[in-house]
Each structure stands twice: as structure tokens, then as C-alpha cells.
Design a protein around this ligand. Structure first.
Ligand SMILES: [Zn+2]
Length: 528
């Protein structure tokens, strides 16, 4: 694909979090050669000079994100935060029509696609929210390698555009193009809904554990963090977390005392677990953690809360900037429809009722540069039927975001599941586990354990897997540690089956089956 640039230092912060468990492996590269040279120099200078470099970068980046339309967009999100449902529906319908008309007239892909489907401007001018489902879907493969046909012609050439690439290490790589104003609107949404709901601000002094190679050498001596003065951000390496380095990480927190902790959920969990094992905790109380990139389970939440002495909030987004799901004070995951409208569809592309899992399909309302309409994100989620006590019934609640379509485990009878995080719950000696489907009939489970792990716990894992996917050969392997992706992310499930090995029959009857509670469901549900 030619868009892989894993070793970034002066790269994305835009998505310095947003999460799908899954995405936001992004690199920002509007000036690739300059960036490349900077990174070459960065590797060879002392820590203070690296801090200075990050700060200078941070300064320009801060101006870009928090300037322009940022403040007016923040006001908009704040105003809509408590709107009644009807008012929101009206607003969304208006926004949707204007986005659709913009896409139709300015975006080559949609012009061609909709034109050949017989659609005219007048159809879009009259379209209601429920009529959205009549428009064709945009499969991810159409965007892959074809990003420019999604760029609005009236924006291209007029504004400075930024290109973001997903690394592809945890999914299909895509390129996203956005303007500074797009950027500012996305940040405004996160400021109000992700950080605001957690009682904090994106502008507070903050910590980040993420995939940027701020500490370039894997065998480097401490410190395992760098400081960006411009943004009062201490950036920790996701690649150096190990039991004998815990104290150095902790020192970084104590030195800068960031009020909000952001980044990879699984990195905080791993670090938190190692801290607790050594009887260590933060020596101050931050306001909150706003975490992304990996699913935040109940076990992870309790460990993080204990070690970091604040509540973790979950945030789910995508590099394509068509969805933002954020956790409210009552622990529900709300879809911010004024960021992007979400539909949950079955294999026949029909909407599924609440409680049934399906594919997440999004329509971006904030991207003027690369609007994506009914974009099939490649993730699986479930709408919730319960009304959240926070009263924001104009922002639908997701019961959960389960995983990526690519990360399914296929049973011998063809059933598929992405719901496997319950395998390791309540096993006192299992620290983390990863499920790798090697063949249709063989699953390898890697576990990091502590003394006391025995045959009995191994049997529980086997039994739980069997309950979920049927009889299959299971190899349980105890390992020292589980490898992260090149962006430092943890992958709970890896499928080595190429999609053409999955029988067609099993692919089609999978994801729209009625929701069947797994034994650990009560635990999962409470994690929301
Ligand atoms: Zn709520």
C-alpha cells in the first residue's frame, strides 16, 4: 500500500487517543521529507534536546488544533449536550442534508456513485434521517488506496490539507485527509464530550502513553518519557513498560503531575498491574483518565483506578473521524451523533434491534474535506435498549463496541465470535491473554501468568472457549510477555486465517445472530 510509516515521533497527536480498541494508529505527514529528517536527528540528540524538539512541534500543533473554529465548535457541542431528543433530530437532519449535498456536488466518489444510482440533488435536499438507510454503503475497500477521490474539490487546493495514514498493523490501512478546521472541530467534540464528561479538559496538563517512538531505542536507559512544554504533556513510551522500569515511569508521573491521563488503555492496565504488584501507586490524585485504543474491561478499570487513583473513562473513535463514542458520568457509552451518525447493521445491511450485535456504519458530519457517508468501519458493536440515567437520550447508548470484523475466531461449525475477552476473567494467576487462531481447527492461547497458575485455570480457559465457539484444538502456552504491535498496541485476538479460508457459509450467518449472553456478560455490562 506504500503508506506504512511506523516510526513516527513528530506525528499524530490528533488522535492521541481516540480509540477504537482498535484504531488510531495514525501518522500525520503533510511534509514527509522534513519529518523524516527531523526524526533522524531526534534519535541522536540528548534527552533535553528531544524535549525541546517535541515542544516546538507541540507549539505549532497546539496552535493548529486549538485555534480557528475550535472555540465556536466547543460552544456548539456544549449547547447540544442537553438538548431534547426532538431538537437534536431536527438539527441532525439539517446537518445531514447539507453534508450530503456537499458530498454529491464536490466529492468525485459520491458524485459518480449516487449519480449512477439515479439520485438527484432534490432527493438529498428532502432526505430525512430515516431515509439515510436508502443510500448505498461505502465499503472500506473503496477508500483504501483511493483517498483522493473522497476529497471535496472545493477544499482541495484552497486549504492546507493534512494526510493521516493508519499503520495497518491492526487492520486495513487507510489514508484520511483533513483541513485544520476539520481538525479543530474534532478536537472541540473531544474537549466537550470525552474530556468534559470526565470533568477535565484537553488543555489540562496531561500524560500520554501512545505509539510515538519518543524513546527511539528499545534498550534505552531511562527516562522512558519526554516532555512537551508547549502542551504541558508528558509523553510515555508504550514500548518500554516492564516490571523493572515501573519506578521510572512512576517518576515521570510524579515529576510532572499530569491532571489527565490519556492514551492506550491496555498500556495503563499493564503498567498499573505492575505498579500494584510492587505495592506502588501514584502519590497524587489526577482528575481522570480518558483512554482509548483497546477495549476497557471491568478488570482493567479496577486495576487502573487503584494504581492511578482516578476513574478511567472510555473513548472510541476512528482515524476516519466519522464516529466518536464517549463514556458519561454514569458509565454509558454514548454515540455523539452530532459528530457522526451511527447505524448498526446485519450481514444483509439491515438495521439490527438493540441488544443484537452488528457492523458499525458511520456518517461523518464534521469532515468537510473527506466526508464519509454510510462508511462501513469494520468494527462490531451493539446498541443498548436501556435509557441512561444521565438524561442524554438524544445521544444513543452502545451496549458495547466488541471488536474488529477481522478479529473474529471461527468455530468448527462456522460460528464466529469477537466476544472473547471474558476468557480470562476471574482467573487470579492470569495477568493477560491473547487468542490466536492458527487454523480453522487450532487456536493458540498465550497467557502471561504468575506463580500459582495451574491445570485447573488452564481447563477453565479451554472450557470457556469451547462454550463460545464449540469443540476445537486449543494450545495453551505460558509466555513471559505478549508482543505488542509496532505501534505498541495490545491485540486480544489475532486471526491467521486469510478470509478466503473461512467458508462462505460461516461468513454469512455470523454476525447478525441473536445476541447470546456469554457467562461473563454481567461483568462486561457493568464495565460500561
Ligand atoms: Zn449517560
Amino acid at each position: 500500500m506504500g503508506i506504512e510509516t511506523p516510526n513516527i515521533i513528530f506525528g499524530d497527536q490528533a488522535n492521541e487517543g481516540t480509540h477504537n480498541p482498535l484504531h488510531i494508529d495514525v501518522n500525520r505527514s503533510h511534509v514527509p521529507s522534513r519529518k523524516h529528517n527531523l526524526e533522524k536527528v531526534y534519535r541522536h540528540v540528548p534527552v533535553w534536546a528531544q524535549n525541546l524538539g517535541l515542544s516546538l512541534y507541540g507549539f505549532s500543533y497546539r496552535r493548529e488544533r486549538l485555534g480557528g473554529v475550535f472555540h465556536s465548535a466547543v460552544k456548539g457541542f456544549q449547547t447540544r449536550d442537553r438538548w431534547p431528543k426532538e431538537r437534536m433530530q431536527e438539527f441532525l437532519q439539517q446537518q445531514l442534508r447539507s453534508v450530503l449535498l456537499h458530498a454529491f456536488h464536490e466529492v468525485p466518489y459520491y458524485w459518480q456513485r449516487w449519480h449512477s444510482a439515479g439520485l438527484a440533488s432534490t432527493d438529498l435536499e428532502r432526505l430525512t434521517l430515516s431515509g439515510l438507510s436508502k443510500l448505498p454503503l461505502t465499503p472500506k475497500r473503496d477508500l483504501v488506496g483511493n483517498a483522493d477521490s473522497f476529497v471535496a474539490q472545493n477544499i482541495a487546493g484552497k486549504k492546507k490539507l493534512h494526510r493521516y495514514h493508519s499503520s495497518g498493523s491492526t487492520g486495513t490501512p487507510v489514508t484520511c485527509v483533513l483541513s485544520s478546521e476539520d481538525h479543530q472541530r474534532f478536537f472541540a467534540a473531544r474537549e466537550v464530550r470525552s474530556f468534559g464528561w470526565a470533568g477535565t479538559s484537553i488543555q489540562s496538563p496531561r500524560a500520554m502513553i501512545g505509539g510515538r517512538l519518543v524513546v527511539p531505542d528499545t534498550d534505552s536507559a531511562p527516562p522512558y518519557y519526554r516532555y512537551n512544554w508547549a502542551e504541558r504533556q508528558v509523553y510515555f513510551s508504550a514500548f518500554h513498560i516492564s516490571p523493572d522500569r515501573v519506578r521510572d515511569y512512576l517518576e515521570g508521573f510524579h515529576r510532572y503531575r499530569p491532571a489527565v491521563l490519556t492514551g492506550y488503555a491496555h498500556s495503563y492496565y499493564t503498567l498499573g498491574r505492575m505498579m500494584l504488584e510492587k505495592g506502588l501507586r501514584l502519590d497524587y490524585v489526577p482528575i481522570a483518565l480518558v483512554l482509548s485504543s483497546e477495549k476497557l474491561t471491568q478488570t482493567m478499570k479496577s486495576v487502573i483506578q487503584e494504581a492511578f487513583r482516578a476513574r478511567p473513562y472510555e473513548e472510541y473513535g476512528a482515524v476516519e473521524q466519522c464516529v466518536l463514542v464517549t463514556e458519561c458520568e454514569f458509565g454509558s457509552l454514548h454515540v455523539n451523533s452530532d459528530f457522526g451518525i451511527v447505524e448498526i447493521l446485519d450481514q444483509e445491511d439491515m438495521p439490527v434491534p438493540a441488544g443484537v450485535q452488528g457492523r458499525i456504519v458511520c456518517t461523518a458530519l464534521l469532515s468537510e474535506t473527506q466526508p464519509l457517508i454510510r462508511y462501513d468501519l469494520g468494527d462490531i458493536g451493539t446498541l443498548s435498549a436501556t435509557v441512561c440515567p444521565c438524561g442524554r437520550d438524544h445521544l444513543p447508548v452502545l451496549q458495547e463496541v466488541t471488536g474488529r470484523v477481522e478479529d473474529v475466531v471461527v468455530g468448527p461449525d462456522g460460528r464466529q465470535t469477537v466476544r472473547l475477552h471474558g476468557l480470562f476473567i476471574d482467573l487470579p494467576h492470569v495477568l493477560e491473554g491473547q487468542i490466536i487462531q492458527e487454523r480453522l481447527d487450532v487456536v493458540r492461547i498465550r497467557v502471561v501468568t504468575q506463580p500459582g497458575f495451574d491445570e485447573k485455570e488452564e481447563q477453565i480457559i479451554r472450557k470457556r472457549l469451547e462454550e463460545r465457539i464449540g469443540k476445537i484444538r486449543v494450545e495453551v502456552e505460558s509466555v513471559e510477555s505478549i508482543e505488542r504491535t509496532e505501534r505498541g498496541k495490545f491485540r486480544a485476538i489475532i486471526s491467521l486465517l486469510s478470509s478466503n479460508k473461512v467458508p462462505e457459509s460461516s461468513r454469512s450467518h455470523s454476525l447478525h445472530e441473536p445476541y447470546k449472553p456469554a457467562p461473563d456478560r454481567s461483568v462486561d455490562a457493568s464495565s460500561r
